[in-house]
Design a protein around this ligand. Structure first.
Ligand SMILES: Cc1cc2nc3c(=O)[nH]c(=O)nc-3n(C[C@H](O)[C@H](O)[C@H](O)COP(=O)(O)O)c2cc1C
Ligand code: SF4
Length: 681
């Protein structure tokens, strides 16, 4: 097929023909098992390959040495056992003409000393990285010798696995630790002048080239401007890019702007929802213009139009759409088939990245198939069984997902929604203007349901008889929940829920105490709205640190707002009761730690967040009439088989509930329920 779409034009990188301009930059999804990219890892990348991308840069920071212990499930490229696993992965992607490379690195100070073999963390100089908190030792001559050799051996393993190339990670890790004046305080041959600061990089390049030869593709993902006062300047960064491009030893530059040493800094490199789109694209374009060298770049280029612009205007040679492919691995295929409008949007929620920093695996907030390719397909297959009449009650994220999946399977689906709009708690969350992009989770599903011909009946409060009147074969209760108060000794009727604040049904008063006994976005969203209203706000939490259910990157914009608006944050403190005194409220505070400790706050309003209680009246009313009594066989849900046990021979339909209609959870849980149950209808 010939096309004039700039994104779909091939790109020649040395001997490699990349079939289009779209790539996924390196990212560790923490799907590794004992440091190896096994089946889960392979299927994850193979899905992107099937989806049409030209190049997938695997791993994120695959570690070349033992004393660079995995910080977030990184692959062990220092271990020979990795070769066959990488080969399987590469072969699986090559089947779809998707090229495969890998990022290798020594993490330097960006890891912990109390992991793996408990070896000391090292860096160019003993400067601590705030995010990982290790105090590094100063790298010595014998360390340099062995790590340079480790890089070369790792590169050879990658070559042996049939990979199409490698890139070095040089932002926030050991290599660029030498470049940056902020982390290199040395006065020997490795410090001071730019030549000296580049010495370690040169040694690695020499050794790697000697190991893999001239033909193998070797690139570098490098910071070209650390963008903070003491850091590497743009002038020096671009000079490094020029020198590397002119060295004859690297084949591409993958450009980064910013520093990653704190969570706040990291969000400027990897912007989260509410932050600018493609903030560093012009800068990457400047580096390309200055070096006239193959240039790759990714940073919130989430939509096809921006990606196309990046290529069409010559700012980049290859455009990274990394989280965009976590949300939808089939972007390129959809573009090629003229189905761009069907691309599931990345809404920048950064649930994916926050989870790996919290020790979990990368999951997309609204694509539950990502990382679960072995069990959950990205393309929903038609059912081979009978066509069923499915009634979904509730058009929140979970309900819409079940409806979408059931309709894709070929069933007849009707959605009943009590309110005049779909979206439930997702829509509520978007009342915080900073997070309004999350509505893409709902809008994408509404567009899909429209395409699939699913009817949504709004303003319909479904009672048992309304559902029965539709003669359903399957009823899905996705009615969500309603906010509940935290346990209080007194004053339940005096508090305002975070929902009331988010929905705008209650205005923030002048002097507010918000008690967050949930720990996620719900309380923080309300707090941000209150703070932005100009109110005086104290945020109280019983936890050791506030909002523990939210990851470090999502924490950043909240904290920025709280500090800018002078919000007081009090942790380790419980709200015991609330009483009225005059026209004010008195919040009585207590502690889990010191029994007798008491505090009091006199405020105009006490706002509370303690999750939801399921809205389960309809479910309970339908339960005795259903074939399965609402029961689900969890063993079969996980391992396969019919998940709805026959418990009532007189029952007329299968019944199940999902999301917060079961228990207070989050968007991903509701959507995961939606798809895994939907697939079983
Ligand atoms: C789960 C996850 C892990 C990541 N790990 C790495 C990594 O190890 N090395 C790296 O260079 N970038 C890493 N990144 C950053 C991505 O490569 C990319 O630069 C970033 O997501 C911004 O691009 P995007 O907006 O297209 O997603 C990671 C990103 C995610 C989402
Ligand atoms: S979790 Fe959010 S940022 Fe990450 S891929 Fe999904 S939509 Fe994008």
């Amino acid at each position: 097929m010939t096309t004039s779409d700039p994104l779909l034009q091939p790109y020649q990188l040395k001997h490699l023909t990349l079939k289009n301009r779209v790539m996924s930059t390196s990212h560790e999804p923490a799907y590794s098992e004992e440091g190896m990219p096994k089946k889960r890892y392979r299927l994850y990348h193979a899905e992107k390959a099937k989806g049409g991308m030209a190049l997938t840069m695997t791993a994120g920071s695959a570690i070349v040495s033992r004393d660079s212990p995995a910080a977030f499930g990184n692959l062990h490229v220092y271990d020979d056992r990795i070769v066959p696993w990488l080969k399987d992965l590469t072969d699986a992607c090559h089947e779809h003409d998707c090229k495969v490379m890998i990022q290798i690195t020594h993490l330097g100070r960006r890891t912990g000393w109390n992991k793996a073999d408990w070896l000391p963390v090292l860096s160019a100089s003993p400067v601590r990285e705030p995010a990982h908190r290790a105090f590094p030792k100063t790298i010595e001559d014998w360390d340099i010798e062995r790590i340079v050799a480790d890089y070369a051996a790792a590169a050879q393993r990658c070559q042996a696995a049939g990979l199409d190339g490698i890139e070095f990670e040089a932002y926030g890790h050991l290599m660029d630790g030498f470049w940056s004046p902020a982390t290199n305080q040395r006065d020997d041959d490795f410090g001071g002048s730019l030549d000296n600061r580049l010495r370690f990089t040169g040694m690695v390049l020499e050794a790697v080239r000697a190991a893999v030869g001239e033909k193998f593709v070797v690139g570098i993902r490098m910071v070209a401007d650390e963008d903070f006062e003491k850091g590497l300047s743009k002038q020096e960064g671009v000079e490094i890019a020029r020198r590397l491009a002119g060295s004859g030893k690297v084949d591409f530059l993958n450009i980064i702007r910013g520093s990653i040493e704190t969570d706040a800094a990291l969000t400027k490199v990897i912007p989260v929802t509410g932050m600018r789109s493609s903030p560093h694209l012009d800068f990457a374009g400047e580096v390309r213009a200055a070096t006239k060298f193959p240039t790759f770049h990714a940073a919130r280029i989430s939509d096809v139009a921006t990606a196309r612009h990046a290529i069409a205007t010559g700012k980049l040679d290859m455009v990274g759409m990394t989280r965009a492919h976590i949300a939808d691995p089939h972007i390129v295929r959809k573009v090629m088939e003229g189905r761009e409008h069907e691309i599931r949007p990345c809404v920048g929620a950064t649930y994916c990245l926050d989870r790996i920093y919290e020790g979990g695996e990368a999951l997309c907030i609204h694509n539950a198939a990502t990382g679960r390719e072995a069990d959950i397909p990205h393309i929903i297959p038609r059912t081979e069984g009978p066509k069923r009449n499915v009634v979904v009650v509730g058009a929140g994220a979970g309900g819409l997902e079940t409806a979408r999946v059931a309709a894709e399977r070929g069933h007849q689906v009707t959605v009943l929604e009590a309110s005049s709009q779909a979206g439930g708690q997702v829509r509520l969350a978007t009342q915080n203007p900073r997070r309004k992009e999350l509505i893409g989770i709902i809008d994408w599903r509404l567009a899909e349901l429209d395409r699939l011909g699913v009817e949504i009946r709004y303003d319909t409060w479904a009672e048992k008889d309304d559902v029965l009147a539709l003669s359903p074969d399957v009823v899905v209760v996705a009615t969500g929940g309603l906010p509940q108060n935290p346990p209080l000794a007194a004053g339940d009727n005096l508090v305002t829920s975070s929902w009331d604040i988010m929905a705008g049904s209650v205005k923030p008063a002048e002097n507010v105490l918000l008690y967050d006994d949930n720990g996620g976005h719900q309380g923080m969203g309300a707090a941000e709205l209150i703070a932005n209203s100009g109110a005086k706000l104290e945020l109280v939490s019983p936890e050791r640190f506030f909002a523990p259910e939210m990851g470090g990157m999502n924490h950043v914009p909240y904290m920025r707002a709280f500090q800018e608006k002078g919000v007081t944050i009090t942790i380790n403190t419980r709200l015991r009761s609330v009483r009225r005194e005059g026209n004010q409220l008195v919040a009585e505070l207590g502690s889990d730690f010191a029994d007798g400790w008491r505090g009091e706050r006199r405020v105009d309003q006490v706002v509370v967040e303690h999750g939801t209680l399921p809205l389960d009246d309809l479910y309970l009313a339908l339960k005795p009439l259903s074939k399965n009594g609402g029961a689900v066989d969890y063993e079969r849900l996980v391992n396969g088989g019919d998940i709805f046990p026959a418990r009532n021979p007189h029952g007329g339909f299968v019944l199940f509930r999902i999301g917060d209609a079961v228990a207070s959870r989050n968007i991903h849980a509701a959507i995961y329920d939606g798809i895994r149950f939907g697939l079983r209808i």
